[in-house]
Design a protein around this ligand. Structure first.
Ligand SMILES: *[C@@H]1O[C@H](CO)[C@@H](O)[C@H](O)[C@H]1NC(C)=O
Ligand SMILES: *[C@@H]1O[C@H](CO)[C@@H](O)[C@H](O)[C@H]1NC(C)=O
Ligand SMILES: *[C@@H]1O[C@H](CO)[C@@H](O)[C@H](O)[C@H]1NC(C)=O
Ligand SMILES: *[C@@H]1O[C@H](CO)[C@@H](O)[C@H](O)[C@H]1NC(C)=O
Ligand SMILES: *[C@@H]1O[C@H](CO)[C@@H](O)[C@H](O)[C@H]1NC(C)=O
Ligand SMILES: *[C@@H]1O[C@H](CO)[C@@H](O)[C@H](O)[C@H]1NC(C)=O
Ligand SMILES: *[C@@H]1O[C@H](CO)[C@@H](O)[C@H](O)[C@H]1NC(C)=O
Length: 477
């Protein structure tokens, strides 16, 4: 079914250091854990210590614990400070937005209670930037519906847009900014005291990333002036990602969500009794493809409720029939399994991710090069993105243990020089605030890796300027 063109292999590339290194572009299987062990996922119990019910961990829990509601990020208490002989030069952060209401597509046909966002405003307006130009009033969206409007969206109830970052999610965003500033400014004296051209922020076209960015920038700098959030045109946004890549979409649906391959459907078949139970409570039709081609919708519906301290849902017809925690936990285990399968366990995950996320990868490579060559003054770039962004990045980095990247999930690239090594650069990659381990032995524990190796790996996959991605996406490879 798949031609050999999808299989990437070894390339020999000349490195800037003049020696020729073997650049391993091939896929390497992730570690075996409960997450990619189907019997343990389907017939196991609990969530293996993963948290799904609060942004705040239970007392005494290790901050590095997986918390779907508020994932661990770079923070002073746990930050692995580099040896003194290394000097930090450039940082690029990417993280998923913080917790939100569910997407409209993930709400059940009838909502048993409303989502209340009346305690916050979504500020949205345009204003001329020219000094002395007409100013805008500070206006915001206040969401409402009426009894007259018969077209209330399925599942809509309350004063939120679905999706919208909730008030708690806004607070988590603010704290995320404060924690990063605590490390890169207060501890390392790396960031400037005030916002200037050395620091930039980027968001996607999905407004929830802007909701996060505003709070996060305030948590970092508390600026008095306005702050630009860089964003690409919606049809080509590489961060989201939203640029068209039919080959990657086709490849993904050939083995992952929507596929009829046995490798994909095994867990769906094994979990049929669970689907039946959930359908009978939610009122979702057992015939709905959207709700049964993966656990995405049930996972989002249940986890968004639990992260906000709301009870598990009950049947509208029979309020004594409710989703039980045991079944919610099974949904959470299956969600982890799906993300591991889609982004790491399938050997096709690497080419699919390179196609759909290669442009952003090539941009990071260029950002690092621009810093090194002195072309750009930026020392800190910050991207607010989605699970689809972080998952593909982790897929390309070939993280050793893949999970469904929770709210606020973060990856940081840190570029260093080393005493006595002149302008030679080294890179560290942090995932959840700790050093990332890749299953690709060439990358390994990405801790002061020769940056030329990382750049050659990225170039080898995407082509310089993402040239290979264009060819691949258009099927011209
Ligand atoms: C789960 O357990 C049942 C009953 O023992 C068994 O029939 C089934 O094959 C198991 N499922 C998986 C995926 O191992
Ligand atoms: C979250 O779940 C854990 C495990 O079931 C429980 O011990 C804890 O009390 C819950 N926390 C909240 C805030 O509900
Ligand atoms: C909205 O929630 C209320 C309870 O707060 C409920 O009575 C009503 O049926 C819900 N509406 C919808 C469309 O689910
Ligand atoms: C504000 O807009 C009006 C109408 O176009 C224009 O006449 C005026 O010059 C603008 N004022 C400033 C300060 O730009
Ligand atoms: C993707 O799949 C569609 C539908 O099967 C097909 O028409 C299209 O040519 C494919 N595109 C590529 C680039 O493979
Ligand atoms: C599901 O589809 C079958 C076959 O088309 C149909 O008989 C059944 O009524 C449908 N069930 C629901 C709940 O829509
Ligand atoms: C999930 O569905 C239930 C049942 O209709 C609904 O009450 C709830 O608001 C939905 N929650 C989420 C997070 O989608």
């Amino acid at each position: 079914m798949f031609s050999s063109k999808h299989v990437l292999s070894l390339l020999w590339l000349p490195l800037a250091t003049a020696q020729t290194a073997k650049i391993d572009l091939s896929w390497h299987a992730p570690k075996q854990t409960w997450i990619n062990d189907l019997p343990k996922v389907v017939n196991g119990s609990g969530t293996h210590g993963f948290v799904f019910n609060s942004s705040v961990l239970p007392p005494g829990a290790d901050y590095r614990t997986y918390n779907w509601c508020n994932m661990p990020h770079v923070r002073r208490a746990e930050y692995p400070v580099a040896d003194k002989e290394y000097q930090l030069e450039y940082v690029e952060v990417i993280h998923r937005h913080h917790k939100r209401t569910p997407y409209a597509s993930n709400t059940f046909p009838r909502e048993s209670y409303p989502w209340d966002c009346s305690g916050q405003g979504l500020f949205y307006y345009g204003q001329p930037l020219a000094a002395g130009g007409n100013a805008s009033a500070i206006t915001y969206w206040s969401v409402f519906t009426t009894n007259i409007n018969p077209f209330a969206p399925a599942g809509f109830n309350g004063t939120c847009q679905f999706p919208q970052i909730t008030t708690e999610g806004l607070d988590d965003s603010w704290q995320h900014g404060k924690d990063l500033y605590g490390v890169y400014h207060d501890l390392l004296h790396f960031l400037p005291d005030g916002l200037d051209t050395k620091v930039t922020y980027r968001v996607t076209n999905n407004v929830i990333t802007s909701q996060v960015a505003g709070m996060l920038v305030e948590g970092m700098y508390g600026p008095s002036g306005t702050v630009p959030l860089h964003v690409q045109p919606s049809s080509i946004d590489s961060l989201e990602p939203a640029y068209p890549c039919p080959s990657a979409s086709n490849l993904s649906s050939s083995y992952g969500v929507g596929s009829t391959s046995a490798a994909w459907t095994a867990h769906l078949k094994a979990a049929k009794p669970l689907f039946d139970t959930l359908d009978s409570i939610s009122g979702i039709s057992p015939n709905s493809t959207d709700w049964h081609k993966s656990f995405d919708h049930y996972y989002d519906n249940l986890s968004a409720r639990q992260c906000h301290g709301k009870p598990l849902p009950c049947s509208i017809k029979d309020p004594t029939k409710c989703v039980i925690q045991k079944d919610a936990d099974a949904v959470y285990r299956l969600g982890q399994y799906e993300y591991s399968f889609i982004y790491r366990d399938s050997p096709l995950s690497l080419p699919a991710s390179v196609g759909s996320y290669g442009v952003w990868i090539a941009e990071v490579a260029q950002n690092i090069r621009d810093y090194i060559s002195g072309t750009s003054p930026v020392i800190y770039r910050h991207n607010v993105a989605h699970d689809g962004s972080l998952s593909r990045l982790l897929s390309i980095l070939q993280v050793d243990v893949m999970v469904w990247v929770g709210m606020g999930s973060e990856v940081v690239f840190e570029l260093y020089t080393k005493n006595g090594q002149g302008t030679k650069r080294y890179v560290r990659i942090l995932w959840g605030g700790q050093i990332l381990t890749s299953s690709n032995p060439m990358l390994g524990k990405v801790d002061m890796l020769d940056v030329d190796i990382l750049l050659a790996y990225f170039d080898g996959l995407t082509g310089i300027g993402a040239g290979k991605v264009v060819e691949y996406c258009q099927g011209r490879e």
